[in-house]
Ligand binder design. Sequence first.
Ligand SMILES: *Cc1c(COP(=O)(O)O)cnc(C)c1O
Length: 366
Amino acid sequence: MTMPSFGTFFLPGPTEVRPEILAAMLRPMISHRGAEFETLYGNCDAGLRRVFRTVRPVFISSSSATGLMEAAIRNAPAGPILSLVNGAFSARFADIARACGRTVQALEVPYGAIVPLETAEQALRARRFAAVTAAHSETSTGAAQDVQVIAELAHANGAFSLIDSVSGMGGMPVETDGWALDFVFTGSQKALALPPGLAFCCASDRFLAAATDAPARGRYFDIAEFAQYAAKQQTPNTPAVSLFFALEAQMAAIGPTGLECRWARHAAMSAHTHAWVEHQRQAGRAEGILAPPGARSATVTVVKTAAGVDARSVVDAVARRGFTLGGGYGKLAATSFRVGHMGDHTVETVARLLEVVGEVLATAGA
Ligand SMILES: *Cc1c(COP(=O)(O)O)cnc(C)c1O
């Protein structure tokens, strides 16, 4: 088997995984109840604490990130949930809350927008909520929200903050302790550039204490149980051991000082992408970026195609040239495509992709 060279796969999740990280998964199995696993777990946890910017343990779930959306809701104390909804993933969060039997008040804005902070504040003042849900980087639209302020507003009004930073964590600043986030989570396959299958979360002490009284937190996503096992450097159930090997390798690669470089690299990739879209817009080859300036994710950009250009044919034409783009999400499929400039990509790999996309757009309108 030959390893393909890196730099062609720009889906906004799963993102491209470096060959060294894939190779780390070829190690033989080990017992998850033994010293060898505990060392592995300890290395993963230490790296994740640096990524999350926390001194508390980061729990590692062998599930996709949606599992931790369910964990957020199931472990929250009884009471209604306020959901900030501005795209497909934040809508899923609200939906999961309803499916778990919660009363949900959704503050919904059009795709691409963010929920105005004043609107969130008014809603929080009008009624006592158990918790607020929000997406930091809404991967379906490329919009980024100020989750620091959302968490402050939640606290000021007696609610916990449940933050989906699935496509933010590792690519954009997140200060779990500094912003006093109560429950923040991510998945392995977005900006951390690991294969899919693991999800990571951190809970505040207050949230963890309240969780022990949560009425129906179930078992698989019981964070009190995660905390008990994390203290022994273990997981409650059989973990996806091979993915832990990949995680350990990626945490070592980021190292003690790599996170801020990672944020800077993502800022540079998004700035390059935004400038490219503006250039395309001026040439009449694209309509522009879906999310407004000042509220754009550093990890994913949703590009609206020019009138009359089917975005799906752009994605297909780019694929024939050997590069993978993300299609527009759901109802945006015909009118937009998504560039996942995240993970281990660089300005150079993104620039090479965009050159190809530019060639396609130049012929698409003709
Ligand atoms: C990808 C994603 C999810 C869902 O993650 P899964 O690992 O597919 O369950 C949730 N929220 C956001 C913002 C995402 O980008």
